[in-house]
Design a protein around this ligand. Sequence first.
Ligand code: NVA
Length: 310
Amino acid sequence: MSDPKDFISVADWPAKALWEILDRARELKRLNAAGQRPPTLQGRTLAMYFEKPSLRTHVTFASGISQLGGHAVLLRPEQVGIGTRESPADVARALSRWVDGLMARTFSHSLVEQLAAEATIPIINGLTDLLHPCQAMADLQTIAENADVTAATLTYVGDGNNMVNSLMLLAAVLGLRIRIATPGSHPPSARVMKRAKELAASSGATIHWTESPQEAVKGADFVYTDTWTSMGQEDEAEQRRRIFAPYQVNEQLLEGAPDAKVLHCMPAHRGEEVTDEVLDGPRSLIYDQAENRLHSQKAIMERLMGFERR
Ligand code: NVA
């Protein structure tokens, strides 16, 4: 079976291909540590389009493509004007004549889907309001460095946002165990949950949602949290701080999972969804996750942007 053209949702990808991307990411990390950067994307260009702020995604894609021998071009929405200056279709078709891939970070998930439908080049989802699949792949790599992924229990505590949606889909495709605790008012996307349950029926994944952070954390191997106020929700920040207060990942909550490692995609709002003590303590894997963005995205770009696809 050939790969999908795009990397928009892990749910579009077969488990075998995702495990291969993980293996390659691990290999690229080993090679990098040995001072080797195979130029597998020599001469290729990645366009990067950001409607929202970015540190990790921007730097790891730019640095990743240049480590593979290619080059990145940064596009800002005010320069491109997708939907105002020209249509998503015209942008996608024009870019397809010039570059070898487009990484897009947008508010609307359907914009990324539209770009993918019109482009002949691969489109990589660099975060939408619905999903953040590249982060989930880096998280998989981080978990694999610390445990047997298929035997581990991953617990997510906090807002039912793009991050938990992506982790849930990844668990569902790969047959992993995930527990999720969010307030009833802010659950993961119902559409994503439905798709995850369908995938889980064949992969053997277990997906458990509860409102109780204590229940979800009990005995977990990894506890993951993310901001309570995602990009674009800044107006709701005050209200969200009140709603999510019982979901803070702190040492007291982690008493239920004494050996758990802690994950966070960053940026972290220290003192809100997670305490300094936890983030700076021995459980924290947050900088490994950040590092693994580089390696896993290099593996994703290689898989999507190699000449053999064209
Ligand atoms: N849920 C966060 C993730 C940031 C990487 C956001 O969308 O802002």
